[in-house]
Design a protein around this ligand. Structure first.
Ligand code: GDR
Length: 344
């Protein structure tokens, strides 16, 4: 998102929550850009948000802050809910008080649909969250609506299906698979032994896209009058503002993701066994196995989005296919790619 805003000529302030070890790998390349600034803050610290919004007086406020790992949200439900919902309230309050013309986007999720009642899920699908994470995002969307309607703020929450990239965190299933493949390829090249990639539910179906496509969708949601022909007067808020689904409109199992990823890494083999005994075996070695430790207390079995509304109204469309997403992530994590980047 920061890359996109800078490419459009905007000045970007990235809010950093203080931690004892730095975690700047995904924005290191921006640190020497004159239009990129880092500021300390925490969306759970109302004072810091209030001060930042007052001092910066931003045109846009994009809130991606969250405990975003669904699997962990049962272990730390309170932190997940505080960051996912109460943090959003603090952002909205800061905008209302200090910068009411600032446009606010909050990251919503397909996890809000949860226990789905029909496929594909569009903007009208009811919210039936299955995790503390999903429940927090539902609460946040209600708060965004209340602030939009009560105070006439340009405040919206997009419902984004899974989006991944070469920068994805390593505990999410896609990157766990591609990093795991990179590790195994390196071990094979050195004739060393290796541990298989241990995963949970291989039958879960997700609608995966590349994040690069989605940040463009977020940008369009933040500038609806520009992209929506029929809306001529931005002052029509909150009536004319819409909250859209972003999705590829395809669904694939975790197993399908693995198949394409292994093929890209030229690891041949076959699946055997079922349930917790299912394995992918190549030349007698187990490459992927199932570990019940990664099953969730409640799973969202299938997510399949319908993003026709934003395609029609704001002219958005994704450019990177599911297959290319997987291939890009694998290429990035194969050992030679890392060595070329000087990271190994
Ligand atoms: P998700 O992403 O929960 O959909 O939320 P994740 O990659 O964690 O899981 C996707 C599916 O894969 C199954 N799975 C595993 N998941 C993980 N993390 N690790 C495993 O070992 C594993 N094995 C199988 C999961 O059960 C699940 O069904 C993501 C996050 O980015 C959210 O913040 C965002 O809101 C939603 O996508 C849209």
């Amino acid at each position: 998102m920061a890359d996109l805003c800078i490419s459009k000529g905007h000045e970007v302030y990235g809010m950093v929550r203080r931690t004892s070890t730095s975690n700047d790998i995904n924005f290191k390349h921006l640190l020497d850009k004159p239009k990129f600034h880092l500021v300390y803050g925490d969306s759970l610290d109302g004072f810091s948000i209030d001060t930042l919004v007052r001092n910066i007086n931003p045109d846009y406020f994009v809130n991606f802050a969250a405990q975003s790992f669904v699997g962990c949200s049962w272990d730390i439900p309170e932190e997940t809910f505080l960051a996912g919902a109460v943090g959003v309230l603090k952002c909205l309050e800061a905008i209302r008080k200090n910068s009411p013309n600032c446009r606010f986007y909050n990251a919503g999720s397909s996890e809000q649909f949860g226990d789905v009642v029909y496929c594909p899920q569009d903007e009208k699908h009811p919210f039936r969250p299955r995790s503390p994470y999903g429940a927090a995002k539902v609460a946040a969307q209600a708060l965004v609506k209340v602030y939009r309607e009560s105070y006439n703020l340009y405040a919206i929450q997009g419902m984004l299906f899974n989006h991944e990239s070469e920068r994805r965190g390593e505990e999410f299933v896609t990157r766990k698979i591609t990093k795991g493949i990179g590790r195994i390829v390196r071990a094979l090249q050195r004739s060393e032994s290796f541990e298989p990639i241990k995963l949970g539910n291989l039958d879960a179906k997700r609608d995966w896209s590349h994040s690069q496509d989605f940040v463009e969708g977020v940008w369009r949601m933040l500038n609806q009058e520009k992209y929506r022909e029929e809306v001529k007067i931005p002052k029509l808020w909150p009536k004319s503002l819409r909250e859209y689904v972003l999705s590829s409109n395809e669904t694939h199992t975790v197993r399908e993701f693995i198949d394409i990823a292994l093929k890209e890494a030229a690891i041949e083999g076959q699946w055997s066994g079922t349930g917790v005994d299912e394995k992918f075996i190549s030349n007698g070695s187990v490459i992927v196995s199932v570990d019940p430790k990664f099953f969730r207390p409640a799973e969202v079995d299938i997510l399949l989005g319908d993003s026709s509304l934003i395609r029609k109204e704001l002219g958005w469309k994704p450019n990177i296919s599911f297959e290319n997403l997987v291939k890009r992530m694998v290429k990035n994590d194969l050992p030679h790619a890392k060595e070329a980047q000087g990271q190994e």
